[in-house]
Design a binder for this molecule. Structure first.
Ligand code: PSU
Ligand code: MN
Length: 306
């Protein structure tokens, strides 16, 4: 039934069928989250790291209306370079398919396509969340509703303080999404290890993470989990400096009237511009770090399900 829409590459398909560890990766980070050529280099290296840690990578994206699971190197290059790649969240999927367009998948849509394919673990940089000022604008990322409903564990470096992290955590709590700190008591804030907000639970081993994920789904407690894995200390940015940069970027976005789906990509590129690329280096390193943890979780989870 889904085969009309889904195209899973043969290596990934075989691994899924055998219950071997597979890690999903999103493509909005490639097309809208980082500049070329660092986006493509990062996407390829993340896949290598996942392989080195015993799992099969599956970068997900939409090409000419096909939901692709496991993009080839050429396709990753294409997603990183092409100009007309839409940012695709849950609401956009049917349109991009019907019109046979190219789409980069967000956390929400990557979770959807992972779940359709049978992939349980997904590695990214940061999740979307409740934007600052959402009390007025209602700007709350569809990523959060997806986490509420779709059975995929998401390994990330927390959420950027372009968001209201406190409200994001409240929203996740309301929807029953566990927020776990991997080897940390604090929810990480992407560029920094600390956010000022505690996680619900700290977990110090990948085995325990896998066990918790399986128990949740065994009990039909549907929905995802957020595994917050802090950026390695050596790549962390200064808390005050990055927060000033983010404040300035938000002021500029407001001044220019940037809203809706364009807001996150605008803030990301503005932050990179103001920090002269330093934030980009941190961004890349935290994704690599998440890939290591995500692969290990996928390996442990696959043992539990076999
Ligand atoms: N946060 C980041 N980098 C990103 C994104 C978020 O630090 O690249 C992307 C992800 O794909 C995420 C999406 O799912 O932005 C959220 O967009 P929005 O806020 O429009 O839902
Ligand atoms: Mn939004």
């Amino acid at each position: 039934m889904f085969n009309r829409y889904l195209e899973i590459n043969s290596e990934v398909k075989k691994a899924i069928e055998k219950g071997d560890p597979v890690v999903a990766l999103e493509s909005t980070i490639i097309s809208h989250g980082m500049p070329y050529p660092q986006n493509v280099e990062t996407a390829k290296k993340v896949e290598r790291i996942i392989r080195e840690n015993g799992a099969i990578p599956a970068t997900i994206g939409i090409i000419k209306g096909k939901l692709k699971v496991g993009l080839s190197e050429e396709e990753i290059e294409y997603m990183g370079k092409a100009k007309n790649v839409f940012k695709v969240s849950r609401r956009d999927i049917p349109f991009i398919i019907a019109k046979q367009l190219d789409g980069a998948t967000t956390v929400a849509s990557t979770m959807i396509i992972s779940a359709l394919s049978g992939i349980k673990v997904f590695v990214t940089g940061g999740i979307g969340g409740v934007h600052r000022g959402a009390q007025e604008t209602f700007d709350i990322s569809a990523d959060l509703m997806e986490l509420a409903n779709t059975n995929v564990a998401v390994v990330c470096a927390g959420a950027k303080s372009i968001l209201d992290i406190g409200l994001t955590l409240e929203y996740l709590e309301t929807h029953g999404v566990p927020v776990i700190g991997y080897k940390t008591d604090e929810f990480p804030a992407f560029y920094t290890r600390k956010s000022g907000f505690r996680v619900d639970y700290r977990v110090d081993s990948v085995n325990e993470l896998a066990e918790i994920i399986k128990i949740k789904w065994d009990l039909k407690l549907n929905g995802g989990l957020v595994i917050g894995n802090p950026i390695p200390e050596e790549y962390e940015m200064d808390y005050d400096i990055i927060n000033k940069v983010i404040d300035d970027a938000i002021i500029e976005a407001n001044k220019r009237g940037i809203r809706g789906k364009d807001l996150t990509p605008f803030l990301l590129s503005k932050i990179k511009q103001i920090t002269e690329g330093k934030s980009l280096e941190s961004n890349i390193q935290l994704v690599y770090n998440n890939a290591v943890v995500g692969s290990k979780v996928a390996v442990e989870l696959s043992k539990l399900y076999k």
